[in-house]
Ligand binder design. Structure first.
Ligand code: NAD
Length: 498
């Protein structure tokens, strides 16, 4: 909860000055074409800002600025401790502007202000601080070559990092890429999702205020098929860090092959299983977290626990607990601090979710929810929805819906639970609830996913890598491991008289 009231948040939202221009080479600029697109609040339909519609011409300018900055060393050759000082200041500035950053995300894509101000915006400050503090504590290697030779194995920044991110955590997805890439000494050109460009633009402005030099952090808003593709195909982009759908992640791998073989790091979709055994020691906690795991952020979470496997003897009792929690999470005005769920990002996503719900009403048992709602006659909202008796082959159990829809499936044995959980093109995350340590470890061995959470859901922190297996992609954000994708190994040999 926040200490501000609904009325306070509405007043602050009305008073916001929103910038929609691109941020290139240290300043706000219009798109070269002069075109703009509307940024729309999905909770009300109101237009928040006219946003510069960047395309290949703007990406060219931004990449050129980023490359100039990288080549002259204004950031790339600064001592790590100097980059650290600037990024710590950026973390402080995000904290000083926490309400504004939270409001931009809440208004732009519909998440609740409570989540934005307690999770997303503080998270952004924390991740910048974490990489700032880490970067002057990492040592390179000396190879064991013997007398007469000195071989250094150094980690060096790559150059220009392109980052393309989705709309579900606009500030945090931008931060996950930019914090590690900038700490490592790269220049960055970020393309935010067209549904949610506002917080990334403000972030770039704050970065400049903190002392990130001109050209080092550029943000070009625009559409995927134009600006995103131009970044993916650019000959002077050295690395492309992508978070978004699996289909677009595959496109970025093609763009790389069609251009300069840039490294591509896709972090893509998910359909995460959550497995509850009858020997779970706290079924109330499991039900709390199962509901959170699928309805948090309106279900628009890549690692959302959207497939719930429950051991048959506890199925009906567990469902009852779950329904009670779903009913308590009805959507409301995102700016009302008491709202547990906000608005769906746009009409297209709403239609997609409702399409799955309509299909599910024919193929499975609707236990609760299933209806689109409006708040004060406006906006795109969907009730928390639970289907039981879902077949493993049903689209409800196979496809990433990216909305507040849970599919519940019964199982009889551990082996069956593992087989069904792994039966998915995705492998981002999984959760297991059990009081049996051996079973927890066996399950974590055999679940083919990037993160297994035992007796919780979706565990995540700056200290641990986040990313997937199979068609959830192979990029990793967070932790020191994320620095690997933004650096290259350089070997330096020196001869001396031994
Ligand atoms: P999306 O793939 O449609 O868009 C993501 C980004 O790619 C946007 O910036 C978009 O403009 C750009 N894009 C779209 N088409 C493009 C094209 N043809 N060429 C180049 N760029 C293009 O995804 P979305 O709808 O914004 O986000 C939802 C998806 O993101 C879900 O699949 C979700 O699982 C995934 N996601 C994954 C993670 C993770 O860490 N694995 C985290 C959050 C979201």
């Amino acid at each position: 909860m926040t200490t501000l009231s609904h009325e306070d948040w509405k007043a602050r939202a009305n008073a916001l000055g929103i910038r929609g221009q691109a941020f290139i080479d240290g300043r706000f600029v219009d798109a070269q074409s002069g075109r703009t697109f509307d940024s729309v609040n999905p909770a009300t339909g109101a237009v928040l800002a006219q946003v510069a519609e960047g395309d290949a011409a703007d990406i060219d300018l931004a990449v050129a600025a980023a490359q100039r900055a990288f080549d002259d060393g204004r950031w790339s050759r600064k001592p790590p401790a100097a980059r650290k000082a600037v990024l710590l200041k950026l973390a402080d500035l995000i904290r000083a502007n926490l309400h504004e950053m939270a409001l931009l995300d809440s208004l732009d894509m519909g998440k609740t202000i409570t989540d934005a101000v307690t999770i997303d915006a503080p998270g952004s400050a924390h991740f910048f601080q974490w990489y700032a503090e880490a970067i002057d504590k990492i040592y390179d290697e000396v190879a064991p070559t013997g007398p007469g030779d000195l071989a250094l194995v150094r980690r060096v920044p790559l150059g220009v990092v392109g980052a393309v991110v989705p709309w579900n955590f606009p500030l945090d997805m931008a931060t996950w890429k930019a914090s590690a890439a900038l700490a490592a000494g790269n220049s960055v050109v970020l393309k935010p999702a067209e549904q949610s460009p506002l917080s990334a633009l403000r972030l770039a402005e704050l970065a400049a205020e903190a002392g990130v030099p001109d050209g080092v952090f550029n943000v070009v808003p625009g559409f995927g098929a134009t600006a995103g593709k131009a970044l993916g195909l650019h000959m002077n982009v050295d690395c492309l860090a992508f978070t978004g759908s699996t289909a677009v992640g595959k496109l970025f791998m093609q763009y790389s092959g069609q251009s300069n073989m840039k490294a591509v790091w896709p972090e893509t979709g998910g359909k995460s299983p959550n497995i509850v055994f009858a020997d779970c020691e706290d079924l109330d906690a499991a039900a709390d977290m199962a509901a959170f795991g699928v309805f948090f952020n309106q279900g628009e979470v890549c690692s959302a626990n959207t497939r719930l496997y429950v051991e048959r003897p506890i199925m009906e009792a567990f469902l009852e607990k779950l329904v009670a929690r779903a009913k308590a999470m009805q959507p409301g005005d995102p700016l009302d601090p008491s709202s547990k769920m906000g608005a769906i990002v746009d009409a297209r996503q709403l239609d997609r979710i409702m399409g799955f719900i309509q299909g599910g009403q024919r193929s499975a048992r609707l236990v609760t929810g299933g209806t689109r709602v409006q708040i004060d006659g406006k906006g795109h909202f969907v009730q928390p929805t639970i289907f039981a008796d879902v077949a493993q082959t049903d689209p409800l159990a196979r496809e990433e819906i990216f909305g507040p829809v849970l599919s519940v499936i019964a199982f009889d044995t551990e082996e069956e639970a593992i087989t069904m959980a792994n039966d998915s093109p995705y492998g981002l995350a999984a959760s297991v609830w059990t009081g049996n340590l051996g079973r927890a470890l066996r399950m974590s061995d055999r679940l083919h996913v990037g993160t297994v959470s035992v007796n919780t859901v979706d565990a995540l922190s700056a200290q641990t890598p986040f990313g997937g297996m199979k068609q959830s992609g192979f990029g990793r954000d967070l932790s020191l491991h994320a620095l690997e994708k933004y650096t290259a190994l350089k070997t330096v040999w020196m001869k001396y008289r031994a």
